[in-house]
Design a protein around this ligand. Structure first.
Ligand SMILES: Nc1nc2c([nH]c(=O)n2[C@H]2C[C@H](O)[C@@H](COP(=O)(O)OP(=O)(O)OP(=O)(O)O)O2)c(=O)[nH]1
Ligand SMILES: [Mg+2]
Length: 315
C-alpha cells in the first residue's frame, strides 16, 4: 500500500489570559473520531499553512484569525498515512468560536489537557502548548542569597516560567539545599523547576522534573522519571535527538547555535542546520548558545519552542 501524505494546519487558540486552549471533538464517523483535537484541517492545493489555518478556523469555528505564530511541526506515521501537523499558536482573533459543523468545542485549562483523549500524534503538541517560550539555565553562583535574588528578578521582571538548576560547583548537600529554596521561589511564581542532576535526586526534592546532560542522556536505556514529571535533555546533533526520542524526553535544548564564551571550542550550528535538526526532532526544542531575547521570534520562525539561555536572564 502506498501511504498518503497529509499536510494539516491546526491551531492552539489561547484564551486572553493564556491559561486555556480551545479543543474540538472530532465527529464519531470520521478518521480518529470521538477524540479531541486542535481545530484545523488539510491544506488545499497551493495553500500555505497559514492560509489553510485561516480558512479552516473560519469554516470550523466561525472565527477570523488576526495573527498566528508557528508553535511546532510534528511528523507522524499512522498505519494508513504520513501526517505532518503544522501547529500554530493563535492569541488574536475576531468572533466567538462555536462548533460550526456541529462538533463539540471546549476551553480547557492547560493543566487539564492530559484528561482528554487525543490522536496518537498529539503528545508533542500538548508539551509545546504547556511550555513557555523561554528556558532559564541558572549561572554558577557561590552564595544562595545572591543566587535567589537573581532568580527572583528573572521570575518577576522577566516573567520566566521554566528554570533549570545547573550548579556544577556545588556538592550534593549544597545542591539539594539550593534546589529546595529555588523550588519554593518558583512555586510562588507558578514556574517549573528542573534539576540538572542525577534523576534519583527527585526522590529528595519534589521538583517538576529533571534535565539530562547529553552525556547522561546517552547512557540511559529508558525514561528515568515518572510520566507526571518533566524530562528535558541537552542535545547537539541527530544522534542525541534520536536518543532523546527513544527514552521519551518531553523536550530538548539544541546547541550551540552561536559560539559562546562558556563553550568556545564547540562549532556553532547556525540557523540553517538548526532548522533541519528541529524538523527532525518532532518535539519542542529550545535554541541555546549565544541567544538574546531578540532571537526568540527567529527561533520560533524556524520551528523552535523558543530560546534557552544563562546570560540573557541572569543579570
Ligand atoms: N485538525 C487536527 N487534525 C489532527 C490532529 N491530530 C491528528 O492526528 N490529526 C489528523 C487527523 C486527520 O487524519 C488529519 C486532519 O484532517 P481533517 O479531517 O481535520 O481535515 P479537514 O478538516 O480538512 O477535513 P475534511 O475536509 O477532509 O473532512 O490530521 C489535531 O490535533 N488536529
Ligand atoms: Mg478538520
Amino acid at each position: 500500500m502506498i501511504k498518503r501524505r497529509v499536510h494539516v494546519a491546526a491551531a492552539a487558540i489561547f484564551s486572553s489570559d493564556g491559561q486555556e486552549v480551545l479543543l474540538a471533538r472530532r465527529p464519531s464517523i470520521v478518521d480518529q473520531g470521538g477524540l479531541w483535537e486542535f481545530p484545523g484541517g488539510k491544506l488545499a492545493p497551493y495553500e500555505t499553512g497559514f492560509e489553510a489555518l485561516k480558512r479552516e478556523l473560519h469554516e470550523e469555528l466561525g472565527i477570523t484569525i488576526k495573527r498566528a505564530q508557528p508553535l511546532i511541526r510534528v511528523p507522524h506515521e499512522y498505519p494508513d498515512k504520513h501526517v505532518l501537523l503544522d501547529v500554530w499558536q493563535v492569541h488574536e482573533f475576531e468572533g466567538e468560536p462555536y462548533g460550526r459543523e456541529g462538533q463539540a468545542v471546549r476551553w480547557v485549562g492547560l493543566d487539564d489537557l492530559f484528561n482528554y483523549a487525543f490522536p496518537a500524534a498529539n503528545l508533542p503538541i500538548l508539551r509545546a502548548v504547556m511550555l513557555p517560550p523561554e528556558y532559564l539555565i541558572s549561572a554558577e553562583e557561590e552564595e544562595d542569597t545572591r543566587f535567589l535574588s537573581r532568580l527572583e528578578r528573572a521570575l518577576g521582571e522577566d516573567g520566566v516560567r521554566l528554570v533549570q538548576l545547573r550548579a556544577k560547583t556545588l556538592d550534593e548537600s549544597a545542591y539539594l539545599e539550593r534546589a529546595e529554596k529555588s523550588l519554593a521561589l518558583c512555586r510562588d511564581y507558578g514556574a517549573r523547576l528542573l534539576l540538572n542532576a542525577d534523576p534519583g535526586l527527585l526522590d529528595k526534592v519534589d521538583a517538576h522534573g529533571v534535565h539530562l546532560t547529553s552525556e547522561r542522556l546517552m547512557t540511559l536505556e529508558r525514561r528515568p522519571v515518572a510520566q507526571g514529571k518533566w524530562l528535558s535533555a541537552s542535545t547537539h546533533d541527530r544522534v542525541q535527538l534520536e536518543q532523546a526520542t527513544r527514552i521519551g524526553c518531553d523536550f530538548v535544548t539544541l546547541s550551540p547555535l552561536r559560539t559562546t564564551p562558556t563553550h568556545p571550542e564547540a562549532a556553532p550550528l547556525g540557523w540553517h542546520d538548526f532548522q533541519q535538526l528541529v524538523e527532525y526532532a518532532g518535539m519542542p526544542v529550545y535554541a541555546l548558545g549565544g541567544m538574546t531575547r531578540e532571537d526568540a521570534n527567529r527561533a520560533r520562525a524556524v520551528g523552535a519552542q523558543g530560546i534557552a539561555s544563562i546570560r540573557c536572564f541572569w543579570r
